[in-house]
Write a protein that binds this ligand. Structure first.
Ligand code: 2AM
Ligand code: CA
Ligand code: CA
Ligand code: CA
Length: 286
């Protein structure tokens, strides 16, 4: 790596990590000090003051270094798709439902998009002080140490995570069909409530695979980059790599497990989402 590239890499990594540690302090203080009041954005979609305060802190820190860059944050973004220019993608608190219930599993995440590709991402587990970082082409770091994984090929003993379709209870039956099929072929399944951490865990080998319907770019951008950096596979429910568009995610450490999960979602879930996803994709800039 040339020295110019090295300093750009260091700068990006430091900015992301410092920003998430600051946001994490804010979130942790709120988590420890209050019973959080929340508002509904939708029937089962909540937002707290902490989500908003965290997003505003992150925006200020990113814009102080990159004043012209758009910051696409969950609590303020009203557009569709990602722009064809550099921007930041921010989930200021991933696991708001956990936060509200004081279920101790929450994170904050940012990623950098260069207009075409994901180039950097960071996910911070606020209560465990675990910081996952990736800059494209440089692997994944956990609390400053490079992550190295032994090869794995054992589908039967896999631990897989998922998210329930809380916004689409109308497709619960189709979702449960995918669950049943996958459950028969793996060791066990987890649902912990932070998609960003689920993907970070696949990247570092604590989980072997993951699937969920209808996630947003801010839930998945950093984790998608991390899994790909570690040689894993992330696609949508149709097997294409354009997963930021639909948000219907299948991720795995190995091609064997990816195929197994993909087969199950293609059979039961994808048909229930087909028309809606086509519509959504045509409205995306990319
Ligand atoms: P959020 O906390 O940033 O909204 C996993 O299902 C993802 O869906 C989470 O990363 C979470 O992101 C989002 N989510 C929104 N509402 C949810 C709910 N009621 N239950 C579970 N997850 C929810
Ligand atoms: Ca939310
Ligand atoms: Ca989220
Ligand atoms: Ca959020």
């Amino acid at each position: 790596m040339a020295s110019g590239e090295r300093s750009e890499y260091d700068e990006l990594r430091t900015l992301m990590e410092e920003t998430l540690i600051k946001a994490g302090e804010l979130i942790k203080k709120a988590y420890l000090s209050q019973t959080s009041s929340f508002h509904h954005k939708d029937k089962f979609d909540y937002v707290t003051e902490t989500d908003r305060n965290s997003e505003s802190l992150i925006r200020k820190m990113l814009n102080s270094r990159y004043p012209d860059d758009m910051v696409i944050g969950e609590e303020t973004f009203s557009g569709q798709g990602l722009p064809p220019e550099p921007c930041w993608i921010v989930d200021p608190l991933d696991g708001t439902t956990n936060f509200i219930h004081r279920f101790p599993h929450i994170s904050v995440t940012i990623a950098r998009w260069d207009g075409k590709d994901l180039v950097a991402g960071c996910i911070y587990d606020v209560l465990r002080n675990e910081l996952f970082t990736a800059v494209k082409g440089n692997g994944v770091y956990l609390n400053g140490s490079p992550v190295v994984l032994p090869p794995k090929n054992d589908v039967l003993h896999s631990l897989v995570a998922t998210g329930f379709p809380f916004k689409r209870k109308d497709i619960a039956r189709q979702y449960l069909a995918s669950f049943q099929e996958i459950f028969h072929h793996v060791s066990d399944i987890r649902r912990a409530g932070s998609a960003a951490l689920d993907l970070a865990y696949v990247a570092v080998g604590r989980l072997d695979g993951f699937w969920e319907v209808g996630l947003k770019p801010w839930d998945i951008a950093a984790g998608v980059l991390m899994i790909r950096e570690m040689g894993g596979i992330v696609t949508d429910f149709w097997g294409t790599p354009e997963v930021l568009q639909s948000g219907h995610v299948v991720a795995a450490r190995t091609p064997e497990l990816h195929s197994l999960i993909l087969r199950a979602v293609k059979k039961s879930l994808a048909p229930a989402l087909g028309e809606e996803t086509t519509l959504k994709t045509t409205h995306c800039l990319r």
